[in-house]
Write a protein that binds this ligand. Structure first.
Ligand code: ADP
Ligand code: MG
Length: 575
């Protein structure tokens, strides 16, 4: 495994029966494939520093040098031969602990480019250098080289016009190389990587071995505040750990989902599907987190020989492991409020920000208790802003809570819960609500009465054209005044919302249909934006919100809570 294989074996040609079992394939498709193979070789050689230089998208030149174990002079010619490798210990494809094992990369590169390899080992003063082009040896001479290896690749694909044409877009090739190097660097936090693109340093990692450090080096230190850790744990003989960005930092592609299995960056499909299902409810549609999952397991529990470019591995207990990671992700994402940043994509919040600034809310009620909930740190209620936001103070930040979405979240969870095991008793309405139905609707409504009752809405027929609603699964005390708390936030919404619910329930059309109907109902009956709330009502709402499973995202994936942390304020004010 990377940096953990001190015993170097001699290079030898694989017996034909082993070579035939290796998932062969043209591994060199574009410049980035060259970079990947060369860096993997450097990692397998136990390098602690790897420097990658590329010019013009890698088409002009790719150079990778390392301070690894080097190749003894007498073995160098073997290194560039097909199926020659030093990495398969007992011809045992079941226990592969290195990134390479097929002995194909160097010879494949040498067929499609000019390849110069210079290498020296620590025990001899001089090294040896070979130059090959299109598979032919051009020169072979001694060279001065510090312990380690340097491979230089020029004239890439000059003799393969089709691939050269495909790789013509230098910017796209450079971007792909950067992506590949980022992945390799994240998979090897103990190695110092330098990536130089056309003479300019594009990445420099410190090689401290700390995952968080390398992720910040790759993605920028502005992430520092929004990168919760996945608590390490052990599942099915595998050790799991990792990092994920808070819901306010997302990307539009899945390119930033990094799964590292025994030091190898990979894309295990089943695992990724489970992981995505877990974060989907907490992120806006089409967005993905930056995620690093590190899995360490015995090599025999992993099959790396399933994909020609070694991009996929097969993992024993992949489903179980994916599930475990998914569970942890949803716990983290459900409880991490989005931070308010001053990036362009939140500029649409400007009017709200302005009204926060202007809000002359009395901040004097110091006698009030803090609101203590499982989800949030102790909160002090400041007040309502613009009749739509509840402003709270946490120890290190301000929280802005969208009152409508908060209520919607509470109602949605209560409805879903009620449908399974009623926990909160339905609340009797002081004045029943009359639901008028058209004749065509009457029978339909009647059919769903038991179902509605199970949700906490007890209705009974009332004359030929109406039903009366007597209870609701609501959050009492949100509206009305102290003597006459009103259990319904939006009384006038309820009858139409229940009629719509019955219509939707009739059109059962997917597996999650029932849940979707209830979420709709919650949305229709939740307290509107624009409605003034009393202090006790706000406390009731925040208390209930902090007891939900996912207090920071509404059932549609939009934020409920935004966080303005003190750092941001200090930056903006220049304190
Ligand atoms: P593989 O990595 O699958 O063994 P390669 O063609 O990539 O096949 O490399 C062939 C052999 O050359 C390796 O097994 C290794 O012994 C040697 N080699 C290649 N690159 C390096 C390097 N940077 N440092 C030390 N040895 C290397
Ligand atoms: Mg290799």
């Amino acid at each position: 495994m990377t940096g953990r294989s001190p015993v170097r074996r001699a290079i030898r040609i694989l017996p034909p029966e082993i070579a035939a079992r290796i998932a062969a394939g043209e591994v060199i498709e574009r410049p980035a494939s060259v970079v990947k193979e060369l860096v993997e070789n450097a990692l397998d050689a136990g390098a602690s520093r790897i420097r990658i230089d590329i010019r013009r998208g890698g088409l002009h030149e790719i150079r990778v040098s390392d301070d690894g174990c080097g190749i003894p002079a007498e073995e160098l010619p073997l290194a560039v031969q097909r199926h020659a490798t030093s990495k398969l210990p007992d011809d045992d494809l079941e226990r592969i602990a290195t990134l390479g094992f097929r002995g194909e990369a160097l010879p494949s590169i040498a067929t499609v480019a000019e390849l110069t390899i210079a290498s020296a080992t620590g025990d001899r003063p001089a090294g040896r250098q070979l130059v090959l082009y299109a598979g032919q040896l051009l020169s072979d001479e001694p060279v001065a080289h510090p312990p380690g290896t340097t491979v230089t690749v020029r004239r890439l694909f000059e003799n393969v016009p089709a691939r050269l044409a495909a790789a013509r877009n230098e910017r796209a090739e450079t971007a792909e190389i950067v992506r590949v190097v980022h992945r390799l660097a994240i998979a090897a936090p103990h190695v110092r990587f330098t990536l130089i693109i056309d003479g300019r340093t594009a990445l420099a990692t410190s090689g401290t071995g700390d995952l968080r450090a390398v992720v910040l080096e790759v993605y920028g230190t502005t992430l520092a505040d929004s990168l919760p850790s996945i608590e390490p744990c052990e599942i099915a003989g595998a050790r799991l750990s990792g990092l994920v960005t808070a819901p306010d930092v997302t990307r539009s592609s899945r390119n930033h989902l990094h799964v590292i299995v025994n030091g190898r960056w990979t894309q295990p499909r089943t695992l990724l599907a489970l992981v995505e299902a877990a974060y989907r409810p907490y992120l806006p549609r089409g967005r993905h987190p930056i995620l690093v999952v590190v899995i360490e397991t015995a090599p025999e529990l992993v099959d790396v020989n399933v994909h020609p470019a070694k991009l996929e591995v097969r993992l024993r207990a992949e489903r179980e492991i994916g599930q475990a990671i998914g569970d942890r992700l949803s716990q983290i994402l459900a409880r991490t409020p989005r931070s308010l940043t001053l990036e362009p994509d939140v500029s649409r919040l400007d009017p709200l920000r302005a009204s926060v600034a202007e809000a002359g809310n009395p901040y004097d009620d110091r006698t009030e208790d803090e609101i203590v909930t499982p989800a949030f740190p102790p909160l002090r209620l400041i007040g309502q802003v613009a009749n739509r936001l509840i402003l709270l103070e946490a120890p290190d930040s301000l929280l802005l809570v969208d009152q409508h979405r908060a209520h919607e979240r509470v109602l949605a969870e209560r409805l879903l819960e009620h449908a399974r095991v009623p926990r909160h008793h339905p609340v009797p309405l002081p004045e029943p609500v009359l639901i008028d139905v058209r004749p065509a609707q009457r029978e339909r409504f009647q059919r769903w009465l038991d179902h509605l009752a199970a949700l906490g809405f007890q209705c009974e027929p009332f004359g030929p054209r109406s039903f009366v609603l007597r209870t609701v699964p609501a959050l009492p005390g949100l509206t009305g005044d102290a003597d006459r708390p009103e259990p319904l936030a939006e009384r006038e919404q309820l009858a139409p919302a229940l009629l719509a619910l019955v219509d939707e329930l009739e059109q059962q059309d997917s597996d999650d249909w029932h849940e979707r109907c209830l979420v709709q109902l919650a949305c229709r009956t939740a307290v509107r934006r624009g409605r003034p709330l009393t202090r006790p009502a706000m406390r009731v709402l925040i208390q209930a919100l902090g007891e939900t499973r996912a207090p920071t995202v509404c059932p549609h994936g939009s934020p409920i809570v935004l966080r303005v942390n003190h750092r941001l304020l200090a930056n903006q004010f220049g304190w």
